[in-house]
Design a protein around this ligand. Sequence first.
Ligand SMILES: Nc1ncnc2c1ncn2[C@@H]1O[C@H](COP(=O)(O)OP(=O)(O)OP(=O)(O)O)[C@@H](O)[C@H]1O
Ligand SMILES: Cc1ncc(COP(=O)(O)O)c(N)n1
Length: 270
Amino acid sequence: MKVSKALTIAGSDSGGGAGIQADLKTFQEFGVYGMSVLTAVTAQNTTGVQGVFPVPIEGFEAQLRSIGSDLKPDAVKTGMLFSGEYIERTAYFIKKFGWNNLVVDPVMIAKGGATLLSEEALDAMKTYMLSIAKIITPNIPEAEALTGIIIDCKEARAEAAKVLFDQGADYVVIKGGHFGEGTYVSDLLYNGVEMYEFVEKRVITKNTHGTGCTFSAAITAELAYGKTAESAIEYAKKFIQHAIEHGIDVGSGHGPVNHFVYRRIAHEQY
Ligand SMILES: Nc1ncnc2c1ncn2[C@@H]1O[C@H](COP(=O)(O)OP(=O)(O)OP(=O)(O)O)[C@@H](O)[C@H]1O
Ligand SMILES: Cc1ncc(COP(=O)(O)O)c(N)n1
């Protein structure tokens, strides 16, 4: 049986809602064969991050080599890359193995405020990752950090999208989860020519752990199937909306979004 294959290069979330776990669950939901390379292990649950433990760099590189020497992902995503050194090595191996369809989710800070990317890594993210990214999916604070633009209105968000495009990504998606408290939440897509807005109703819920990881994993799964960037983003937006609407009540803090939402809805009909 021939299957589409996707690789995630990211950190582990022991709580299972974000990071590698969110990515693999999402790939599975899309029927895509998932592979993973771990940058760091986080001790984490719905209340926050209790510790961050990087995988030794030799172990990190060994995972990339193992995949590159045997398996060819149809699409790749990056999440928590931990530091400039891991970023530089990630870009090197992606180029060396000729992996295409790269989605860069420039994870920097967890929802609870824990740092997942060291400050010195900002330049490495711009230098190494943006130039090879097909799609970059920053949230508002990440787009601000990468561009130096304060995003307090739609015009500023569009300006930041142009700057990120000029830094090398083919498609820039600036997510709007952190954009005000309005009735709607909108993500902006810029492809170098036009700006598109994807708008959905804002879901009032505390269960939003892993929204960004799940959204970018869904885009990656669609790219692995050979979909265009535009249609991958459009479908991923619908997927994350369902996943947030059906968020899971586990733990005492921010529960995760629901990665198996389609199957669960199907089961509830019986
Ligand atoms: N309350 C909400 N209702 C509907 N959609 C939302 C909500 N919050 C976030 N989203 C959507 O979820 C996706 C992820 O957006 P967000 O801005 O939360 O990313 P993020 O901050 O990177 O996520 P994370 O906090 O997991 O790192 C986007 O498509 C965004 O529009
Ligand atoms: C390992 C890892 N990667 C990414 C996130 C961001 O997700 P969130 O902002 O929803 O906590 C996280 N918390 N942990």
